[in-house]
Design a protein around this ligand. Structure first.
Ligand SMILES: [Fe+2]
Length: 203
C-alpha cells in the first residue's frame, strides 16, 4: 500500500472509530460503557497495516514520541499514537478528568492498576493499593475510568507502538496526578513531553 493510500484509509478508519467511541462515552459512564469503547479501539488497533513504524518515526535522540492524530473540536475524545524504541517504566498516574483506553498495535506492555487508600484527588501523602495488572498487545487493551490510576512497564524492551485514547486531550488533563510509591506522595504533573500533530487526510 502506498503511503498516501494508507493515510487515507487510516483517516477513514480513525474517523469511524472515534465517532463510535465518542457516542459510546457520551452515555453515563459505567464499566460496561468503557468496555464497549475499548472494543472499538481494539478493532482499529488490529488494522496494524495502517500503523507502520515508518509513518510514526521517533525523532533522533528521543526514545519515545506521542503523535496526536485526532480530537474533537473542543479537545474531547483525543487519540494519540505512542511509539518507543525500547520502552521503560511509567510510575502510577491518573489522567485528571479524562478516562483512558490504551490499545496495542505492535509489541507489549504491562499495565498495573491501583486505588488510592484515602480516595483523595489532590497532592499530598498518598498510599496506593495494587489492583492487578493486564498485558496490552495486539488484540488487547487496558482502560481506566476517570481518576483511575495505572502504571506502565514495557516488557518487550524493543520498539512498540500503541494507541492511546483519552476523554480529554493532554492539555486539558491539568489535574493529572503522579504517584511516588517510595515517598508515598502524589504530585500534580502534566508533563508528557513534546507532542507531534499528525492531522487526518481530507474527507
Ligand atoms: Fe496513563
Amino acid at each position: 500500500m502506498k503511503p498516501n493510500e494508507r493515510h487515507q484509509r487510516r483517516s477513514t478508519a480513525i474517523r469511524k472509530t472515534m465517532d463510535a467511541v465518542s457516542k459510546t462515552m457520551a452515555q453515563p459512564h459505567a464499566v460496561d460503557v468503557i468496555d464497549t469503547a475499548k472494543e472499538y479501539l481494539i478493532e482499529l488497533a488490529k488494522k496494524s497495516e495502517l500503523f507502520p513504524y515508518e509513518d510514526f518515526p521517533i525523532p533522533e535522540k528521543a526514545n519515545e514520541t506521542l503523535y496526536k492524530i485526532f480530537s474533537d473540536e473542543d479537545g474531547q475524545n483525543a487519540l494519540y499514537v505512542y511509539v518507543t524504541r525500547s520502552g521503560g517504566v511509567y510510575r502510577p498516574h491518573d489522567h485528571g478528568k479524562a478516562w483512558a483506553i490504551i490499545a496495542g498495535v505492535h509489541g507489549h506492555e504491562r499495565h498495573y492498576f491501583y486505588e488510592r487508600k484515602d480516595g483523595d484527588l489532590t497532592e499530598g501523602p498518598a498510599e496506593l493499593v495494587n489492583k492487578g495488572s493486564v498485558v496490552v498487545g495486539p488484540g488487547s487493551a487496558a482502560s481506566c475510568m476517570t481518576r483511575g490510576i495505572h502504571s506502565i512497564e514495557h516488557i518487550d524492551h524493543q520498539p512498540f507502538l500503541h494507541l492511546h485514547c483519552y476523554g480529554y486531550e493532554f492539555e486539558q488533563q491539568d489535574t493529572r496526578l503522579e504517584y511516588d510509591l517510595d515517598k508515598g506522595i502524589a504530585v500534580y504533573s502534566n508533563d508528557v513531553g513534546k507532542i507531534l500533530d499528525m492531522p487526518l487526510s481530507d474527507e
